[in-house]
Ligand binder design. Structure first.
Ligand code: P6P
Length: 343
């Protein structure tokens, strides 16, 4: 008999988590609750995106009299408006903004920092493929004296994260987050308008047989990576090979599937993209924090993603993320070690 799922909303779960920390002021709980509101509003828009052309909302304004925007700009604005006045943040940054996103002067500045990708994979929305919001929360480094946050507060390595999570807008909308101690998933029940606990402690399976990578870039890869992918395609039942290739082209969707079924997701450096394509601060760090909290591993092929010292908001990094066994093996294939083996 499967364990009885705790019947719990995400708000209740956040408060339970706060109670486990006597020193908690409740600020983080309020911050997360504001994010949950933004997720609900974005989910509503994403799920009717397909209707925009049919219902003639293109161009002009929608039923609320608001100008219809590109969905990723809409998502960014929704998160900004939900988060800018709570008094918990001193600064924000997003994939949609070149520089720091300041808290308006009339609002209190708090001790947290929010860095987010409002709608990752938004190019997939026109073909109804799942997309996601990714968020990460740090404590400010500069004094918590009511002043605005700085670039120093933003450019923190991933191991300093307080909270990381994502919202996956797919067959249903799921909100996944971790404070580093357990990974929890909540599925939106549109009838109730609440995110209900559906994944009570996510752990990535120890073994897998799924790999996710854009094989269209094969000719641009390092030789060690080519050898690894060719190794996965060989037949050997004892190591569950050949693996299955699964690649949605939406990072949140690919990693969420691998978290549940097991698997390794890779966006490597190649001759076209010497630092890979995905961004360290608002894609790789939060996803690495989540996968590590679920018992997995995330590296750039050599270093732990969470230990990369950021130099700029939009810097890219190669990423290999998923089961520890699989990530360690691709690191080995790509290290000199493997070259020695093949010599
Ligand atoms: P490619 C979506 O555009 C995205 O940023 C990630 O969500 C996804 O994993 C990756 O790019 C896909 O990139 O080059 O394979 O199309």
């Amino acid at each position: 008999m499967t364990a009885v799922q705790r019947f719990m909303t995400i708000q209740r779960h956040i408060l339970e988590g706060e109670k486990q920390h006597p020193e908690a002021t409740g600020e983080l709980s309020s911050l997360l609750s504001d994010l949950v509101l933004a997720a609900k509003v974005i989910s509503l828009e994403v799920n009717k995106a397909g209707l925009v052309d049919i219902l003639g909302f293109t161009g002009g304004s929608n039923v609320h009299g608001e100008a219809v925007k590109k969905l990723d700009v809409y998502a960014r604005d929704m998160i900004y408006r939900a988060m800018d006045h709570g008094g918990h943040l001193c600064v924000m940054a997003s994939e949609e903004d070149d520089g720091m996103v300041h808290i308006p002067p009339q609002f209190k500045k708090g001790k947290y920092v929010l860095i987010f990708d409002p709608l990752d994979g938004s190019s997939n929305i026109d073909v109804n493929i799942s997309i996601g919001t990714i968020f990460s929360i740090y404590k400010r480094i500069t004094p918590d004296d009511g002043s605005s946050g700085t670039m120093e507060d933003l450019l923190q390595p991933g191991y300093k994260l307080e909270v990381a999570g994502y919202v996956l807008y797919g067959s249903s909308t799921i909100f996944v987050y971790t404070t580093g101690d357990g990974v929890y998933g909540f599925t939106l029940d549109p009838a109730v308008g609440e995110f209900l606990l559906s994944h009570d402690g996510m752990r990535i399976p120890k073994d897998s047989k799924i790999y996710s990578i854009n094989e269209g870039n094969y000719k641009y890869w390092a030789e060690g990576l080519k050898s690894y992918i060719n190794y996965l395609k060989e037949e050997d039942k004892s190591t569950r090979r050949p693996y299955s290739s699964r690649y949605i082209g939406s990072m949140v969707a690919d990693i969420h599937r691998n978290l549940i079924y097991g698997g390794i997701f890779m966006y490597p450096a190649d001759k076209k993209n010497p630092n890979g394509k995905l961004r360290l601060m608002y894609e790789c760090n939060p996803m690495a924090f989540i996968v590590e909290a679920a018992g997995g591993r995330a590296s750039d092929g050599q270093r732990r993603i969470l230990e990369i010292e950021p130099k700029s908001l939009h810097q890219k990094t190669p990423i290999f993320i998923g089961n520890e066994v699989d990530v360690k093996l691709v690191e080995k294939f790509m290290s000199e070690e493997h070259v020695k083996i093949t010599l």
